[in-house]
Design a protein around this ligand. Structure first.
Ligand SMILES: [Zn+2]
Length: 124
């Protein structure tokens, strides 16, 4: 800005225009705040007949749901029965699901979206 304008401003404002110190961008130092957990994958309920499609789940027949709970299909299309898992009331499956089909590396923590049968423990 021209000198004369500065002078005018100084005259009206009464002090030189000071530059603000640039606010430092501080890096978050919290490595502790980083979560080291598996992401939770939400599986959708299979609608209709037959086996669930990939990454979907299907509840067992009401007469056997306490034992067999549900069947899911892994990302490679293999069927997995959840006999030995606990299903929480919100649909979360404990422990994580491992596909036993040779050559398949599907291993995820999943939640059965829309699960309505309540909590079913692994063993009764
Ligand atoms: Zn699989």
């Amino acid at each position: 800005m021209p000198k004369w304008l500065k002078a005018v401003l100084r005259f009206f404002v009464g002090e030189p225009i000071a530059q603000r110190p640039a606010s430092r961008t501080s890096r978050p130092t919290g490595a502790a705040s980083r979560q080291r957990s598996y992401p939770l994958i939400g599986l959708k309920e299979h609608a209709g007949e037959g086996r669930p499609e990939r990454l979907h789940w299907k509840a067992s027949h009401p007469s056997t749901i306490r034992r067999f709970k549900a069947e899911v299909t892994c990302s490679q299309g293999h069927g997995i029965a959840l006999r030995d898992h606990t299903i929480e009331a919100d649909g979360r499956v404990v422990p994580s699901i491992v596909c036993r089909t040779p050559g398949c590396d599907f291993h995820e923590i999943v939640r059965l979206e829309g699960w309505r049968a309540g909590r079913i423990p692994a063993a009764i």
